[in-house]
Design a protein around this ligand. Structure first.
Ligand code: THU
Length: 128
């Protein structure tokens, strides 16, 4: 069965329900579609030591990589704000480690689903 952008956004919304965000009260959910057809869901997980917080996108990516998936088709990101929630700089850099450039990034807003590419947010990746 094809995973449409609408379905992937739905998965991100499910992931958002699991958000652990007692400090910011800003719930975020992400759903990452692997080339293997699997959807990896992630939420933000905050910590009393704020810098230890993990964003939803990285939770999803780390779940995927830890299960052996390194190639992706798309990622959907939603938040409780209801508006467009762009991935933060750290998440863009982390995604760039595995993204090749054609992956689609779906963001939800009241106007509908907008599609981006990682280069829209991170034109240059840090590399060694
Ligand atoms: N957050 C994400 O989950 N993804 C982002 O791309 C940006 C921010 C989370 C981290 C923190 O739990 C909350 O949003 C407020 O910064």
């Amino acid at each position: 069965m094809e995973i449409t952008k609408e379905k992937l956004i739905g998965c991100a919304r499910e992931a958002m329900q699991m958000s652990y965000s007692p400090y910011s009260h800003f719930a975020v959910g992400a759903a990452l579609l692997g080339k293997n057809g699997q959807v990896y869901k992630g939420c933000n997980i905050e910590n009393a030591s704020f810098g230890a917080t993990n964003c939803a996108e990285r939770t999803a990516l780390f779940k995927a990589v830890s299960e052996g998936c390194h190639e992706f088709v798309s990622i959907a990101i939603v938040s409780k704000s209801g508006g467009l929630t762009f991935p933060c700089g750290i998440c863009c850099q982390v995604l760039s480690e595995f993204f090749e450039g054609n992956e689609e990034i779906y963001l939800e807003s009241p106007e509908g689903i907008s599609t981006y590419k990682l280069a829209d947010f991170l034109p240059h990746q840090f590399n060694l």
